[in-house]
Write a protein that binds this ligand. Structure first.
Ligand SMILES: Nc1ncnc2c1ncn2[C@@H]1O[C@H](COP(=O)(O)OP(=O)(O)OP(=O)(O)O)[C@@H](O)[C@H]1O
Length: 332
């Protein structure tokens, strides 16, 4: 079953520019110059129940704008959206009962009241029965280890404590679909791990569909089999995370630590290798090829330059993504 069905979705914003000087300001009063920017540029996408999808892209790629349209906060300029069988904007009241949203930068908890009072208010808003609340939230509170925080006002919580409470608040009505926008921003590793473990559990237990927007690729690696990569409002990749690795760069990175300083002219060059200096005596070489190519490279290098150490690294997802953005490599 498709939980999200989006076709040719587009959102344009007008960006106004001011003319210079006093006369310019006066003219601006009557006519303004503007440019139209397609923040989301005709994207199509379907997400099935139970999927955990990483929605990623550089700053300004259009991620938040998409999430805002999918959650009914913004209306599209063009295209169609069906989420949980509804039009998010038109059927907003009924729709919000079927989703949970966590924006890492914003809070849905009331700042001055105790966490449990916020939970109680949200329980009323979502019309959750006492029975459902007690069974479901009992478990959520336990897993996220927020029991001792419930009687504290939100303003007294640390960021990590607040984020765990935010997540619990988004799940009060046990929604089948959860949107998480930078949920682990600024959190320490232990809290991050706790949140990831919890998300995996609810995904397994309730088949909750999760759309995760983050700049932290380790979150994506830990949780999402599928990634959707956005660049300037367009989807440049939609598929398995491990496939992205295979498609984008087949190869390894070899790190050579030499005994003395080495000049680039003495390093073997070919279209399959790309050298990058790390410091005076260390060079990184991206090899586009198999194990044979890597061992040939190492043997050529050691014949010319004495080495202190050599290390073979997998190319990280982060590097792959950076490469796609830098080189505009569209893969599908
Ligand atoms: N209300 C708005 N009015 C005008 N332009 C906007 C508005 N909201 C977003 N934009 C522009 O649309 C583009 C996409 O913005 P969006 O916030 O969706 O990016 P993002 O991928 O979420 O970025 P980030 O990772 O920085 O949060 C940007 O160029 C942004 O300046």
């Amino acid at each position: 079953m498709n939980v999200i069905q989006v076709s040719n979705l587009r959102k344009e914003f007008k960006s106004y520019s001011s003319r210079s000087g006093l006369s310019g300001a006066f003219r601006d009063l009557f006519t303004r110059n503007y440019k139209v920017l397609a923040a989301v540029d005709n994207i199509s996408l379907t997400v099935k129940q139970g999927e955990m999808v990483g929605y990623i892209g550089e700053n300004g790629a259009g991620k938040s704008t998409t999430i805002k349209m999918l959650t009914g906060i913004l209306t599209p300029t063009d295209g169609s959206i069906v989420v949980n069988g509804m039009n998010p904007h038109k059927e907003r009241e009924q729709f919000v009962r079927t989703i949970g949203v966590v924006f890492g930068q914003r809070s849905q908890l009331w700042w001055d009241i105790a966490v449990q009072e916020s939970f109680r208010l949200l329980k009323k808003v979502y019309r959750v029965s006492d029975e459902d609340y007690n069974t479901h939230m009992g478990q959520v509170i336990e897993t996220l280890e927020i029991g001792p925080l419930l009687d504290k006002p939100v303003r007294k919580l640390s960021l990590g404590q607040r984020m765990r409470c935010e997540l619990a608040a988004a799940l009060i009505h046990n929604p089948p679909l959860l949107f998480l926008d930078e949920p682990t921003i600024g959190l320490d590793v232990l809290v991050k791990l706790k949140i990831r473990k919890f998300l995996k559990e609810i995904n397994e237990q309730y088949k909750t569909t999760i759309i995760l927007t983050t700049h932290d690729i380790t979150d994506i690696e830990a949780l999402c089999e599928r990634v959707v990569l956005l660049d300037e409002g367009k989807i440049v990749y939609d598929g398995k995370l491990n496939q992205l690795q295979t498609n984008a760069v087949e190869g390894k990175q070899v790190e050579f630590e030499f005994l003395t300083e080495v000049l680039s002219a003495t390093l073997p060059s070919s279209p399959q290798v790309h050298w990058q200096q790390k410091d005076a005596t260390t060079w990184l070489c991206a090899v586009n090829g198999d194990e044979q190519a890597v061992s040939e490279l190492i043997s050529k290098v050691v014949q010319i330059n004495p080495i202190k150490n050599v290390r073979i690294n997998e190319i990280s997802t982060e590097e792959i993504i950076r490469k796609i953005y830098e080189e505009g490599m569209a893969i599908s």
